[in-house]
Ligand binder design. Structure first.
Ligand SMILES: [Zn+2]
Length: 247
């Protein structure tokens, strides 16, 4: 994965301001993977998106991945630090054609599009119901490009036990869709698994980088009269050298 250029960082930061986090990640991947059809990115499994977002953030911002997670017991913010390259290597890329086969049906892995389609579910139980209904495939269609709005016409309801079975098999087939970090609170001793949202980490880091770039453009444009595109086209080393010269 190639790092985003300075111009791409600013363009992505600008374009992503009003978008939902899922769309922001897909937009970032569209920038980073121009060889992929943008529409098809949304149909890849969620873990595929997370793995490629992790690869993109590692390439653009470096391997060190630091963040915070609130302790669910006492609310203290606990810091975590991990190596993004090591994490990336530990995550298997999901098979886009993977199926969960049970005696009464087959399900494919949830995609970004599926996640987006269940955002307006009234409660988590309904969201899961909609998700499994969208992901259910039969012999006549792959499910990957279904145009049927299944939110309005659910095929059938799964029992809680069946839902748990499908979800656990989805986790096995696509573990990167739900990356967990083992955490321990240094204030109260509570231990828990925190969800690592790669897209949100990326967006936070992108915002920091974008503000740095905007400040660089402001200072260099003020000092030399260069245009934004010219300043962004400079290598990071040259930009830093000129910034040092103007103090
Ligand atoms: Zn705590």
């Amino acid at each position: 994965m190639r790092p985003l250029s300075a111009a791409q960082v600013l363009a992505l930061w600008d374009a992503g301001q009003t978008r939902h986090p899922i769309d922001r990640s897909l937009l970032a991947l569209a920038f980073a993977m121009p060889e992929e059809a943008p529409d098809e990115l949304a149909d890849r499994p969620v873990g595929w998106r997370e793995i490629n977002m992790l690869a993109l953030r590692n390439a653009t911002f470096g391997s060190a991945l630091d963040g915070y997670a609130p302790c669910p017991s006492c609310g203290s913010l606990m810091e975590f630090g991990l190596d993004g390259t090591t994490l990336l290597q530990s995550l298997p890329v999901p098979d886009c054609g993977a199926r969960i086969v049970l005696d009464d049906g087959q399900w494919r892995l949830p995609s970004s599009r599926d996640q987006a389609m269940i955002l307006d579910a009234p409660d988590p139980e309904t969201a899961v119901e909609w998700l499994l209904d969208r992901c259910r495939v039969d012999d006549t269609q792959s499910g990957m490009t279904s145009t049927v709005d299944r939110k309005k016409s659910p095929k059938s309801k799964c029992s809680p036990a069946r839902i748990g079975e499908i979800e656990s098999q989805m986790e096995v087939l696509d573990p990167a869709a739900d990356i967990r970090l083992g955490m321990r609170c240094s204030d109260c001793g509570h231990t828990w698994d925190a969800v690592l949202d790669v897209g949100n980490c990326f967006w936070d880091e992108l915002g920091i980088r974008a503000r740095q770039l905007l400040e660089s453009v402001h200072r260099l444009a003020s000092a030399y009269g260069w245009r934004e595109a010219e300043i962004l086209a400079l290598s990071p080393a040259r930009r830093a050298a000129y910034l040092n010269m103007i103090g």
